[in-house]
Design a protein around this ligand. Structure first.
Ligand code: PMT
Length: 420
């Protein structure tokens, strides 16, 4: 008789190194005096949402632009600015605050602050922390386009690159001064993604991962079709987490309105048949296949090229034919990749999902409640594999995705060793 184990992995208190996440990471977020300082509030929220402990340190100029209370509320920690702040345990805030941290992120980083960093100046708490750090330094520049183009700024950036400082952005666009050009700080979400990516353990380094995401759209006529409410958020979060784990990701996406995850090779499709063809083209080199897409099970037998006209007849009959099961096809290949399916169920979640896992012959099935998972930002999933049932607590899809990827990495390693 098979014994099934049940255990719960809490996203923000992982005890198991195998599912090492970024949730336990600690960073210093340095905020300097640029107009983009308001975006640092959103960045603090992004880090906190992902379970990262954020210690905010502001320069005097930043305090003139955004009240420290904003950051205190978002990070849940007091904000520091003063080099000799008495709240630091040994009165040495410039040393203590950066110890045990996984990174210092300065966003926005003004031209003036970059100049200080490039020259090793340490005349306030943030610049002193940067000079005394033992962890990576990541900066997101923000300044007027002429300051950005100034040869002094270029020299400073070149020096920082040589010193191993990671530079995120800037972007081009409208500036607070009314001018248009290079120098805008990149968006908080992009900074958070890049920082999280750099902190994530490289559990799938070099592994090729093929992922499907989003809905499919099966045309009925020139303007109508059969689709579902999948937003692509779960699949794109899985792609992001795999990239952050060091994988080489190919993402086959149904019609969604999400930006492509930076670093992934993305193929956009509409119908299940197109998704199947794209999977066939890419599957040969994949070590892992993850089917997150909500693929339409049926399509119209003969979609009309023109728009179906309303007639006097009270009923319109639509002939539907089944679509190929892409996941089952991948799993049945002679030398299949490690296969992961997602099961969206409305009831009997675990039983139905496990049945699907066995029927489709996949190594792992990720079960979620369709009515709660589809379209939302959060998800609560149960992982079903040969070892048992592992329930993950409700969390943002980005955090769930990292745990799913960590679990996949663990199973994939064992599966490969077994396969020789
Ligand atoms: O996109 P979001 O809004 O973020 O929502 C996420 C999600 C709910 C869509 C996602 O978490 C999810 O559950 N995806 C799978 C949905 C689904 O179609 O489940 P299914 O039980 O019908 O299919 C099981 C598995 O077979 C899936 O991996 C599916 O990709 C695959 N399948 C299904 C039918 C088919 N013809 N081909 C397939 O490959």
């Amino acid at each position: 008789m098979a014994v099934r184990l049940v255990y719960t992995l809490a996203p923000y208190s992982l005890q198991n190194n195998d599912v090492a996440d970024i949730a336990h990471k600690k960073i210093v977020l340095g905020v300097t005096g640029g107009i983009a300082a308001y975006k640092a509030a959103e960045l603090t929220r992004e880090f906190a949402r992902n379970g990262i402990e954020v210690q905010v340190v502001m320069t005097e100029a930043a305090r003139a632009l955004v009240a420290p209370a904003t950051f205190q509320a978002l990070s849940g920690r007091p904000v520091f600015s003063d080099l000799w702040d008495a709240r630091a345990d040994d009165g040495m805030a410039h040393i203590e605050l950066s110890r045990g941290k996984d990174a210092i992120v300065v966003a926005p980083a003004t031209g003036d602050f970059l100049a200080k960093l490039a020259n090793g100046l340490a005349d306030d708490l943030l610049s002193t922390l940067c000079l005394a750090r033992e962890c990576p330094l990541i900066v997101a520049p923000a300044m007027n386009r002429q300051m950005w183009d100034n040869p002094a700024t270029r020299r400073n950036l070149e020096q920082l690159r040589r010193d191993g400082v990671a530079i995120l952005g800037p972007a081009s666009g409208d500036q607070a001064c009314g001018e248009v050009g290079m120098g805008r700080m990149i968006e908080a979400r992009e900074i958070a993604e890049a920082v999280i990516g750099s902190l994530a353990p490289k559990l799938l380094r070099g592994t090729r991962v093929l992922i499907t995401a989003g809905p499919t759209f099966e045309p009925i006529d020139a303007v109508r079709g059969i689709t579902n409410r999948s937003s692509g958020k779960m699949g794109y979060a899985i792609a992001r987490a795999a990239l952050d784990a060091g994988a080489r990701v190919t993402l086959i996406s149904g019609p969604v309105s999400l930006a492509a995850p930076a670093g992934a090779e993305v193929t956009r499709v509409e119908t299940a048949a197109q998704m199947f063809e794209a999977v066939k083209r890419n599957v040969a080199h994949a070590g892992i296949y993850i089917g997150v897409a909500a693929v339409a099970d049926y399509r119209a037998d003969r979609p009309r090229r023109d728009k179906i006209k309303k007639t006097d007849r009270s009923q319109l009959e639509l002939q539907l034919v089944p679509n190929p099961d892409i996941l089952a096809w991948v799993a049945a290949r002679p030398r299949p990749p490690f296969c992961v399916g997602f099961a969206a169920e409305s009831h009997n979640l675990n039983a139905n999902a496990d049945q699907k896992r066995r029927r489709k012959k996949v190594q792992l099935m990720v079960a979620n409640l369709a009515q709660e998972a589809i379209g939302s930002d959060d998800n609560e999933v149960t992982l079903l594999d040969d070892q048992g049932t592992h329930r993950l607590a409700r969390a943002p899809k980005t955090a769930v995705a990292r745990q799913v990827i960590a679990h996949i990495a663990k199973l994939y390693g064992a599966w490969r060793r077994k396969a020789g």
